[in-house]
Design a protein around this ligand. Sequence first.
Ligand SMILES: Cc1cc2nc3c(=O)[nH]c(=O)nc-3n(C[C@H](O)[C@H](O)[C@H](O)COP(=O)(O)OP(=O)(O)OC[C@H]3O[C@@H](n4cnc5c(N)ncnc54)[C@H](O)[C@@H]3O)c2cc1C
Length: 382
Amino acid sequence: MVNFQLDEMQEMLKELAHEFSMEEVRPNAEHWDNEALYPKEAIMKAHEMGLLNLHIPEAYGGPGLGCMEEVIVNEELAWGDPGFATAAYATALACAPIITGGTENQKQKWLGMVAKEGALASYAVTEPGAGSDVAACKTTAIRDGDQYIINGEKMWITGAGHSDFFFVLAKTDPDAGYRGMSGFIVEKGAEGFSLGKKETNMGQRCSDTRSIVFDNVRVPADQLIGETESGGWMNAMKAFDLSRPNIAAHATGLSRASYEHALQYSNERMTFGKPLHKHQAIQFMLADMKTKIEASRMLTWMSASQSDSGIKNTESAAHAKRFAADTAMEVSTDAVQIFGGYGYSEEYPVSRLMRGAKVMQIYEGSSQVQRMIIGREITKDF
Ligand SMILES: Cc1cc2nc3c(=O)[nH]c(=O)nc-3n(C[C@H](O)[C@H](O)[C@H](O)COP(=O)(O)OP(=O)(O)OC[C@H]3O[C@@H](n4cnc5c(N)ncnc54)[C@H](O)[C@@H]3O)c2cc1C
């Protein structure tokens, strides 16, 4: 039998995350977004409450929970504010390749820093000339004795201005395409490492997106993730199987928040002598929004559950991420429509949610890239 009920512990986590979002995130979301303020204090508070980095195993100081617990919490955090959820999740994404490919010592050190000391981290893969086409990346890491020398530039790195360390994908064999890529950990204070300017984004403006530059940055050879070179690309992709259900959960939380605002408003706003939701055209919009939110959550839970059961979830993670992100864009746009002119004003939260939804179709593999992954998975046996 398939059971769609959460267990007692999952319900408690959901409630805790929801209360946190109600008390700490929603009241500040507009201010953070308007001022593009990184919500560090709230992130640290969420960490102390045990709401972040749930996938770090107990052996390294983490709670050792599953992807299912993470998606439950992440839906609630994004319901509070998608920008906060993105900023708070960046560290978990950077930890994923260490969990999937790091050595025992690396896990003890870097995952331990995150779980026990609240260190923050960023995932640095994209470059000015390489986004969807990760293999086109130009950053190099060349071995020199017991060190690697890293040169290049990464772009659009979430949380970069506040991170203590970075997962960095670089070419150790520049002529070998994606097979020549390796993952590294680079600390923020490394000589030759610098931060670029903070981007002025359309939405999720509190999440601090920047470029980072490596100018002959030397890192110890034991900061190469794993025992050997060239596993970086595969490992970075495996990390997406862990992270994409969580981005899908963020998108579901954003959609749910948009829908709830629209439903409430449709009861308050009168047109032609009755509340908006008494007009069938509006009721049908609300019905479609709700169906897509339920479907987003089911795809997300299925992918998270496969991940926890050790079933390869590349395809289901792509379905969840693509559908939930596209739904977030649609539902938040419809919420603005239901608010009419007021929706277009920054006075109501739906405009912030709509601006915040767009990037969900772009980062962590765009909606087109997810279709490419699904297409590859469903045709690979022919
Ligand atoms: C706010 C924000 C935060 C981000 N955070 C991070 C981060 O923390 N770490 C990180 O490494 N990166 C991050 N990114 C980068 C993000 O992952 C990339 O922007 C994304 O992968 C797309 O790459 P691109 O921007 O280079 O677009 P491109 O790859 O140039 O693509 C442009 C458009 O063409 C489409 N496209 C490309 N190739 C194909 C194809 N073969 N078929 C059909 N359509 C195609 C894409 O879907 C997209 O719509 C972030 C981006 C943003 C905007």
